[in-house]
Ligand binder design. Structure first.
Ligand code: PLP
Length: 478
């Protein structure tokens, strides 16, 4: 597997030679790329740059096509403090394997397998045809922000005006900008774990400290208000809530949110980012409650939502933030210097998506029904498998399964399965099913399976997983 990947990357990777000496005499941060290696990544750079100063005292030198280029490859402490997304890494690895002809079933990505509803896609196509292809206002078109306000009022009981909405290139950007806008160095960002992989890294990007509050599978992975109460200090700046949750699928009932709100209300410094991107992918009897709708929470809550999941629009890159103008304007300031407004075409499609009707109308209801059937199938199948602890998800399209009873088992030819990563590697290799190790989400006992895949793929994956797990069963230590 590794060699496959290396094979696909090696032509674009620099060869590491003996280090050149940079102008400050520091050899440790310098690396030279041989231009004779037909190195795709750097070929154009070699042509373009003759002598370029990268950072103080560091030279990049590219004299001619046959000579060597010296580049300081040191990175900023900020980027060094951030971990790359494991979800994306596993998804990319699985995709590379499929492209190389390995019949991997990909259950790693958080991406609906459905097509964007036709009327929505057509709105995007029409936008291009009609020449709607220019920059939009930084905050998003008034048309889309007005539609978002209407949606928030009708579906969430939240009142906002268009100047309290910021449309971005996906909900991920919305969360990051919110964290960057309100956190100062040393502030703490409270994140219930298991968490969406990006939250702690976003806190680090803001020079803040992520504080993870573990939750229990026996408590449906929901935050214990007492734990929250004892964690909050004067350093606490943001609490990030995600319901329905990625990766656990747990949904916070209104009563629990009210208990959390009561605690939050006692701490004027504490803001809440409510990531509600999975709000419509929810299974009865669970009901979604917007945190900002609770008494006293509107003023301190930044509600994040987006089109990727509900409307199967991951590639359109469209999300938004709603909150008090003061905070939304601060996020907008960051966005204006980073990406500017989201794609004009996607925004037209977004208007059409919100026009599908209450909670996405029939088109979304159909997808949610399919997700629910898949959830039921998987929950039953894993219960039959045995040795797996399950908290039945009430929303989103993930199962977060505690497989730790298999840790310590020995897989012939693979060694000991000691953690979520070795288990996922084993399942990828032996069963050719791509799943994400739970340690990426802060819980090494578990693995995440995305059921945003066809039922036939899920059935095939289940057969393969069972086949691979049988080999472990016999060797599980008592
Ligand atoms: C909880 C959560 N928030 C935000 C996002 C990012 O969504 P978007 O595609 O809108 O950037 C994801 C995507 O997986 C997610 O799971």
């Amino acid at each position: 597997m590794a060699s496959l990947l290396q094979g696909s990357c090696s032509s674009t990777r620099p060869a590491i030679h003996s280090l050149g000496v940079s102008s400050d005499g520091d050899t440790s941060r310098s690396i030279s790329f041989s231009s004779q290696l037909n190195n795709l990544c750097f070929k154009s750079l070699e042509k373009r740059f003759h002598v370029k100063r990268l950072r103080m005292g560091t030279l990049v030198r590219a004299e001619s096509i046959s000579k060597q280029v010296e580049v300081d490859i040191s990175l900023s402490p900020r980027v060094n403090s951030v971990k790359p997304s494991k979800t994306i890494a596993v998804t990319d690895l699985a995709t590379a394997l499929v492209q190389a002809g390995v019949p991997v079933i990909r259950l790693a990505a958080g991406e609906p397998d459905f097509d964007t509803p036709t009327v929505v896609a057509e709105a995007g196509i029409n936008a291009i045809r009609e020449g709607y292809t220019r920059y939009t206002p930084n905050a998003g078109t008034l048309e889309l922000r007005t539609a978002i306000c209407h949606k928030l009022k009708e579906e969430n009981g939240l009142t906002y005006t268009p100047d309290q909405i910021l449309v971005s290139n996906g909900a991920k950007q919305s969360v990051l900008q919110a964290v960057l806008a309100v956190c100062s160095p040393g502030d703490e960002v409270i994140i219930p774990g298991p968490f969406y992989v990006s939250y702690p890294e976003m806190a680090r990007l803001a020079d803040a400290t992520p504080v993870i509050l573990p939750t229990l599978i026996s408590n449906n992975f929901r935050l214990d208000p007492e734990v929250l109460k004892s964690t909050i200090s004067e350093k606490s700046r943001v609490l990030i809530l995600c319901s329905p949750s990625n990766p656990t699928g747990s949904v916070y009932p209104k009563k629990l949110l009210e208990e959390i709100a009561d605690i939050v209300a006692k701490h004027p410094r504490l803001l809440v980012i409510a990531d509600e991107i999975y709000e419509h992918i929810i299974y009865a009897p669970a009901i979604h409650t917007s945190f900002a709708s609770l008494p006293g929470m509107w003023e301190r809550t930044l509600t994040v939502n987006g089109f990727s999941k509900t409307f199967a629009m991951t590639g359109w890159r469209l999300g938004y933030l709603a909150g008090p103008k003061h905070f939304v304007a601060a996020c907008g300031k960051i966005q204006s210097q980073v990406t500017s407004g989201a794609s004009s075409i996607s925004q037209k499609a977004g208007v059409a998506a919100l026009g599908l009707g209450y909670r996405g109308g029939e088109a979304v209801a159909k997808m949610v029904k399919a997700f629910e059937e898949r959830r039921d199938f998987l929950v039953e199948s894993f219960r039959e498998l045995g040795g797996v602890k399950i908290s039945e998800p009430q929303g989103a399209f993930y199962l977060f399964l505690d497989f730790s009873s298999y840790y310590g088992a020995e897989a012939e030819g693979y060694g000991i399965i000691k953690d979520s990563e070795s288990l996922c590697k084993y399942l990828l290799d032996k069963a050719q099913v791509a799943l994400v190790p739970g340690d990426a989400f802060g819980d090494d006992k578990c693995i995440r399976i995305s059921y945003a895949a066809s039922m036939s793929n899920l059935q095939a994956a289940m057969e393969r997983i069972k086949g691979a797990i049988v080999h472990l069963k016999a060797t599980v230590p008592a």
